[in-house]
Design a protein around this ligand. Structure first.
Ligand code: FES
Ligand SMILES: [Fe+2]
Length: 384
């Protein structure tokens, strides 16, 4: 089964630009098979996708491979110091060029040993002089857009896409103001989860703290929910509140230098966070595996690695308490959305003033971007 154009057009039937009047996305967008293939084309191959912290790609020859929704990719620092990214695929007959991460002088395909310079140009192809009409210039590695953004590396498979710096407006400035030490932090820990819920349910849940009072007892003692601000921008939103100024039941924040709870969401599936405590940074990546499975990777960055006891306490709070609470919610929502109950979508609670922390307008903003991406996809398709 593939999704019909009509099916996609009607997704916006009950959506309104005003979140107070709007329905959320209809349930079928979350649970119907085959949506993910459309989302790959419309979103994941057409947006800035997080790869890693720049620390992995600082020196000439440093490379990192990664999977982008089934596409084998590699990012590399070339001999001239230029950051590049390519499909990790040999132009001879399609073998992957490298695995994992590390440092190399050239790419050598393991299959028949074609060689590529780190700028992607083909440097050697054994016996290629026997081929007719074969030109090295036409057989370099296929490049994709790559960008260093706030000491993080992102790629975009759409060659026409505007740069992340341009698309994201003031996000870099906001991050630099609140996390000026980001470039000096190092990767210290990763938590990984396979969650039985559609990726959009996970993102929806990330984008609101309406559920915090009923779900996250300890988090509520860490943050100041009465001063919790949810703000939406073009392709990102933020949730910021004072936090960690008093003792709480989540983790010890004694001597905290970061006294805010900072969450940014970058369209479509990346969370960037700084928690109260010592210097830290987190990247939460919500990666669809299929329509009912999401791989969540939480990368923790600190001035030191491995994490010390205090940092481990915060990580364990995220892992054993907060994430457990959130996984129970999103998996339950996924089961709920398989029923006919939310066929037309649900609704958004929108609050202001001291209740703004309970507002769901950040989720509405995501759904608006989602529908816009679907619309653009349909327009492109109709021109094909
Ligand atoms: S597939 Fe790479 S050299 Fe043959
Ligand atoms: Fe939550």
């Amino acid at each position: 089964m593939t999704i019909s154009t009509h099916e996609l057009q009607t997704l916006a039937e009950y959506f309104d630009d005003d979140p107070k009047r709007s329905h959320s996305l209809p349930a079928r967008a979350y649970v119907a098979p085959d949506f993910l293939e459309v989302e790959r084309q419309a979103m994941f191959y057409n947006s800035w996708q997080y790869v890693c912290h720049i620390e992995k790609l600082r020196h000439a020859g440093d490379y990192v491979t990664f999977d982008l929704q089934g596409q084998s990719m590699v990012a590399v620092r070339d001999r001239e110091g230029v950051l590049r990214a390519f499909y990790n695929v040999c132009r001879h007959r399609g073998h992957e060029l490298v695995q994992g991460e590390g440092n190399i002088k050239v790419f050598v395909c393991p299959y028949h040993a074609w060689g590529y310079n780190l700028d992607g140009t083909l440097r050697g192809a054994r016996h290629s002089n026997t081929m007719e009409d074969f030109h090295f210039d036409n057989f370099g590695m296929m490049p994709v857009q790559v960008e260093e953004f706030c000491s993080m590396v992102f790629v975009n498979l759409n060659p026409e896409a505007a740069s992340l710096a341009v698309q994201s407006g003031d996000l870099a400035q906001e991050i630099q103001q609140r996390a000026p030490d980001l470039g000096s932090l190092t990767h210290a820990h990763r938590l990984t989860y396979r969650v039985k819920a559609n990726w959009k349910i996970v993102v929806d849940n990330f984008l609101e703290c309406y559920h915090c009072a009923s779900t996250h007892k300890d988090l509520m003692s860490l943050i100041d929910i009465q001063n919790y601000k949810v703000t939406t921008y073009d392709i990102y939103s933020s949730q910021i509140s004072p936090a960690g100024t008093t003792s709480n039941s989540a983790y010890n924040v004694e001597g905290a230098t970061v006294q805010e709870h900072l969450l940014w969401w970058l369209w479509p599936n990346t969370g960037l966070l700084r928690y109260p405590g010592g210097p830290n940074w987190m990247v939460w990546h919500f990666i669809p595996v299929d329509e009912e499975t999401t791989l969540e990777t939480f990368d923790f960055f600190f001035p030191n690695s491995p994490p010390n006891a205090g940092q481990m306490e915060a990580i364990e709070y995220v892992d054993k308490v907060l994430q457990k609470e959130d996984i129970d919610i999103v998996e339950s929502v996924h089961r709920g959305l398989k029923t006919p109950v939310c066929e037309k979508g649900g609704r958004f609670v929108v609050c202001s003033g001291k209740d703004q922390g309970s507002s769901e307008h950040g989720v509405h903003h995501f759904h608006g971007l989602y529908l816009k991406a679907i619309d653009q996809y349909l327009q492109t398709k109709s021109q094909d």
